[in-house]
Design a protein around this ligand. Structure first.
Ligand code: ZN
Length: 224
């Protein structure tokens, strides 16, 4: 079941539950019931959602309190999903280009191209350590960020500029600014974009060693 279906289900359930209890006049029981239901089933990202709080101020406060009261469940959801590493880009702006062919069909793209104007901020999709700032003919200005467990490398390419002061060995948090979108390397100047790859490796393998590319698209959109 995808997230939209889940939210719809929860909204409908919460609404029906509320209506039933309002009609029954059981306001005390209503609070207990709907609150526990939300705690069990509601994704915290959508809280506080006006559609899901049909009974007014009281439930809105409950929903707002949920963010601080339930830190574990949203954290688990968020750890699976990567932050879109370009500012002001929404899920609906993304196109899955992982299986596109490149190099006149001799290889697969194995990354996602996120189109954005030159100068748009590039941010870290997940926390980690900047392992390498590498300027290559193909990738232009690139960044390799290794995850804290050492087994994933996020590769950012075609940057216009690195963030000021960014250096190898630096720890970065999720959402931290890494640089700006550009068209350095073999990218077209008419189509500036961030080339973003997710590489599965091992903790003892170097940043330049062959690694297994996984499709970033479902990781960015939550459609896993
Ligand atoms: Zn690309």
């Amino acid at each position: 079941m995808n997230i939209v279906d889940r939210i719809l289900t929860i909204v409908v359930t919460a609404t029906i539950t509320s209506i039933v209890w309002i009609v029954a006049g059981g306001s005390l029981i209503e609070n207990a019931t709907s609150e526990s239901q939300r705690k069990n089933t509601r994704p915290a990202e959508v809280a506080p959602s006006p559609e899901a709080t049909p009974t007014g101020d009281e439930t809105a406060e409950e929903a707002a309190g949920l963010d601080t009261a339930m830190p574990t469940s949203p954290a688990q959801n968020a750890s699976n999903r990567l932050l879109i590493p370009v500012k002001n880009i929404r899920i609906s702006d993304l196109t899955d280009t992982f299986s596109d062919s490149r190099g006149e069909g001799v290889r697969l793209h194995e990354a996602i191209d996120i189109m954005a104007p030159t100068g748009t901020s590039v941010v870290a999709a997940a926390p980690g350590t900047v392992e390498k700032l590498f300027r290559s003919d193909a990738g232009g200005n690139t960044i390799y960020v290794r995850s804290n467990d050492g087994e994933t490398i996020h590769y950012y390419a075609h940057l216009d500029e690195y963030a000021e002061g960014l250096k190898e060995g630096q720890r970065v948090r999720r959402g931290q600014r890494l640089g700006t979108v550009g068209s350095s390397g073999n990218a077209s100047e008419e189509a500036p974009h961030l080339h973003f790859a997710v590489l599965q490796t091992t903790a003892d393998a170097e940043w330049w060693e062959p690694a297994n590319a996984v499709n970033p698209y479902p990781l960015l959109t939550g459609q896993q």
